[in-house]
Design a binder for this molecule. Sequence first.
Ligand SMILES: Cc1cc2nc3c(=O)[nH]c(=O)nc-3n(C[C@H](O)[C@H](O)[C@H](O)COP(=O)(O)O)c2cc1C
Length: 210
Amino acid sequence: MLFTSTEISALEARYRAALINSLSGFKPANLVGTANREGQTNLAIISSVVHLGSHPPLLALIVRPSPVERHTLENILETGCYTINHVSDQFIEAAHQTAARYPREQSEFAATGLGEHWMEGFAAPFVREASIRMGLELREHRQLDINDTHFLIGEIVLAEVPQGHLGEDGSVDICAAGTVALSGLDSYYSTRRLRRMAYAKPDLPPTPLG
Ligand SMILES: Cc1cc2nc3c(=O)[nH]c(=O)nc-3n(C[C@H](O)[C@H](O)[C@H](O)COP(=O)(O)O)c2cc1C
């Protein structure tokens, strides 16, 4: 099946969303935790987290424009901080349910049964059940001209990783930690490492490690 630009534009909206959302490949499954200045918490599943750089350690995420309220966006802009928590196979259902449009005064933590975990001096809640979690401070916010989405760039100021899944070289075995992957807006996958490869150099053949 080949879709041209004209055909993509003419697709029924839900069909087009499902198709296009599948095309970027596997995406990370993360829960973004926030609170407003009064301490009202919010939790939302977000699949658009991308790595921007390691030094400084930056992650970006995309919040869609919408006529409806966007609590995550509002809280991040209000407090300048938020958490990113890996979704693991232990709590996929609750994580997915955070996408439901709860009213502002109802926290997705309470609604889904996921627990709040607070760290001293950090004004956004982490997810108690998540084993890999980060605290971020907002560094840049741009609303993109092309489709009005919000591009939020944050610096990782706290990173928590289980000791047993942290390699000697600093890499994290997110597969062993139970982190799941996402396709589209509804399909969750477990992962299996197939290979680990040495740093690629023009004068060396591809070299598997270990
Ligand atoms: C699997 C999945 C991935 C999602 N990824 C994003 C995303 O990357 N950006 C976004 O703005 N919304 C995303 N959403 C939708 C939000 O989770 C949803 O709009 C949520 O209600 C936002 O909550 P809030 O208004 O409390 O911030 C995703 C939903 C699902 C089910």
